[in-house]
Design a protein around this ligand. Structure first.
Ligand SMILES: [Zn+2]
Length: 199
């Protein structure tokens, strides 16, 4: 059977390792890269190397940044008394897209998952507790996903934080905006009922 020339096989092999990329997509991408001008390919390669060399975690909130502190931690208009705890940097970006939240963040870098061997001491929990021990913080909003792991992580954090005398809140979850009761699945409806609020 005919094989790709070694450098091409190597590229296909590397691309296949990327999340969500199967052998077919890897081949398509490799042939695309073969066709584009060398300059364009170099820009892509440089961009990959640049994020590897320059992006690291914010010293305070563990968001991704190319500085010592991230843009949000450096912003004096953000309220440091409220800390929103998220699992991943992409969740932080989702919260920011609301344009509603003006507090600060803490990125856990994952959720507790015994099945995947992710234990609390592998997350940025210690660092969160250290931040909470500095005066000025009054509320922690736990914004982990409403999945089994996200809920377990939220409960774990609430148990640690409440004794510190801080307000611990959880993002409400339930019916989607514009949704209809009739179409909601049972778990969503139960959660909407549990998280109901006064009118
Ligand atoms: Zn930060």
């Amino acid at each position: 059977m005919a094989q790709y020339a070694k450098p091409l096989a190597r590229l296909v092999g590397e691309l296949e390792r990327l999340p969500g990329i199967g052998p077919k997509s890897a081949q398509r991408m490799a042939f695309h890269l073969l066709r584009i001008p060398t300059e364009e390919a170099r820009r892509l390669a440089d961009a990959i190397i640049e994020v590897k060399e320059r992006i690291h975690f914010c010293r305070q909130c563990f968001n991704l940044t190319d500085g010592d502190l991230c843009e949000l931690c450096r912003d004096p208009r953000r309220d440091p008394s409220v800390i929103c705890v998220v699992a991943e940097p992409r969740d932080l970006l989702a919260m920011e897209r609301t344009n509603e939240y003006r507090g600060s963040y803490h990125v856990l870098q994952g959720v507790i998952s015994p099945q995947e061997g992710i234990l609390p001491d592998m997350l940025r929990v210690k660092e969160l507790l250290a931040r909470l021990s500095t005066p000025g913080v009054t509320e922690v909003i736990v914004a982990t996903n409403p999945t089994v792991e996200g809920e377990a992580t939220a409960l774990y954090l609430a148990r640690l934080i409440k004794p510190l005398g801080l307000r611990v809140t959880r993002l409400a979850h339930g019916l989607p905006a514009g949704g209809e009761l009739d179409y909601a699945d049972q778990a969503t409806l139960i959660s909407a009922l549990n998280w109901r609020r006064e009118m």
